[in-house]
Design a protein around this ligand. Sequence first.
Ligand code: B12
Length: 352
Amino acid sequence: MGQIVFPAASQVVEQLDALSSDAADEVTRRIYENHPGLYQRFGEKGKSTCREDLLHHLDYLSSALYAGDSAPFREYVLWLSGVLESRGVPSAHLKESLQLLNDFFRSNLTAERFTLLAEVLQNGADALASNLPASPRFLRLLPEPMGESRDYLQALLSGSRPAALDAALKSMQHEVSLTDVGVLVIQPAMYEIGSLWETNRITVAQEHMATAITQNVMAQTFAAADFAQPLDRKAIFACVPGNHHSLGLRMISDAFEVSGWTVQFLGADVPISDLITQISHWQPELVGLSLSLPGHIKLTRTIIEQLRAELGANCPAILVGGLATNQADKLWKAVNADLWAANARDAVKEMK
Ligand code: B12
């Protein structure tokens, strides 16, 4: 499955979504039947967490099918197995869940639809069995970081805002643009913060602290940046509803602003109706949408359809980006956007 397979897969997705709740109930029941000790240890709460986890698996499975590419599911399985193993939960549990989901859908879908879904599930199971360390595509897309990125990361880990600012400002001394400081110094360090959290080597508190320091550093480096001559061009930037990862979008928005664009940055989790109102009033030529988790893919396609339907000829060009779109080749096409870029540098180039 390397191709986008609309609309064939979209029917499977619809049915998968309709069956998700029943699938989660049935597989939870079977897991507890297979392991009676679980109920004694974790009670009803454990059961409902197990059901929630299964709904997550199904959400990622559904997004992969929707995008016509098993990569988001494969990467999710590898990611989850790393998260679980590093917290002492053997990945055998995940393997069993995938098998039981497979059994459920074999009995509840037509053979043709089951074949499509089973292929994605199998891809996840194979990745798990391969025992290879996760090497997400979004990391492979990252340009070679600058040396200052290491110092920046150390400053984040030690919780030192002044040291982080110092590393970022130092990199700016070598005629490096604000956008490059973002992509080559800050972004790799934040990705490493994510990997350290994933493998249980830092806490959520440390991740939050790193984010807060970075927001401050980005504001201060923005104030120190060189700006291009103003262009007569306007762009608006928003995270899709449910996406709380606003830092990457901020980097994009700042990159456009220092390049001479007039921008409006709407931040995280923007309701679609309010985004439409804002675009109608302000009439930018470009709207940039950020999506971070594979679960945002389906929703973004709906949003884009709604933007085009409601704004008609006044609909700006639609640029998408964010981690979810960097997880598989051409994934962004599944959301039906006009343009995509992997990072802030490429985004500004794309719109030259
Ligand atoms: C900080 C952080 C958070 C913060 C975000 C705070 C904020 N204000 O932004 C908070 C605490 C909210 C958070 C929450 C969660 N997070 Co988080 N988070 C991160 C972390 C560590 C850094 C994100 C970041 O700032 N990166 C740096 C920026 C610069 O990079 P970027 O976002 O990729 O942006 C660049 C490009 O993608 C692109 N781009 C981005 N947007 C756009 C838009 C357009 C138009 C264009 C063209 C390009 C573009 O350009 C940007 C600049 O070059 C990442 C790790 C990672 N690998 O990113 C995890 C990460 C993304 N989170 C993760 C997870 C699992 C979660 C949660 C589900 C955790 C939980 N159980 O609650 C929630 C989900 C919240 C939600 N519904 O959105 C996982 C996702 C795993 C996966 N398989 O997809 C990651 C990868 C961590 C990990 N390694 O496990 N998170």
